[in-house]
Design a protein around this ligand. Structure first.
Ligand SMILES: [Zn+2]
Length: 136
């Protein structure tokens, strides 16, 4: 399957969705799960981000999620791909489908929500950085 050289992705430096160009990467196969981590460079600010494009199909289903089995989202927590989360502010359940790390060390997760669809959220945020918007 051909992958586009360009993607639209949230840039932690621009604090907005920007056009990013693939500048390198590698496909890794471990435990039967395809992992594709690719460096993308923001066309606006030229910062690079290592983006994990792997989405385990068996872990992407969100229809059967329940609030009891989901972890409540907080920007200071750390999540894993496939983990079910509950966003109390949005009252929505979702599943982590990707994890991203920018060259600046900001960690983010891409979550597929039942009602809102795909949203990006920060994770592993230091408490003293909470003044920045929790939603990316
Ligand atoms: Zn940028």
């Amino acid at each position: 399957m051909a992958r586009s050289k360009y993607i639209t992705h949230f840039c932690a430096y621009c604090h907005k969705e920007t056009k990013m160009e693939a500048v390198g990467g590698k496909a890794v196969e471990a435990n039967g799960t395809e992992s594709l981590r690719v460096w993308f460079r923001c066309q606006r600010c030229k910062h690079s981000a290592l983006i994990d494009r792997s989405v385990p199909a068996s872990k992407s289903a969100v229809a059967d999620l329940t609030r009891e089995s989901a972890t409540e989202y907080a920007a200071t927590k750390v999540f894993t791909i496939g983990e079910a989360i509950y966003h109390s502010e949005w009252d929505d359940l979702g599943r982590v489908i990707a994890k991203n790390r920018t060259s600046g060390g900001v960690q983010a997760i891409t979550v597929s929500f039942q009602k809102l669809g795909e949203r990006k959220l920060v994770e592993n945020l230091r408490a003293d950085a909470l003044s920045d918007a929790a939603q990316v």
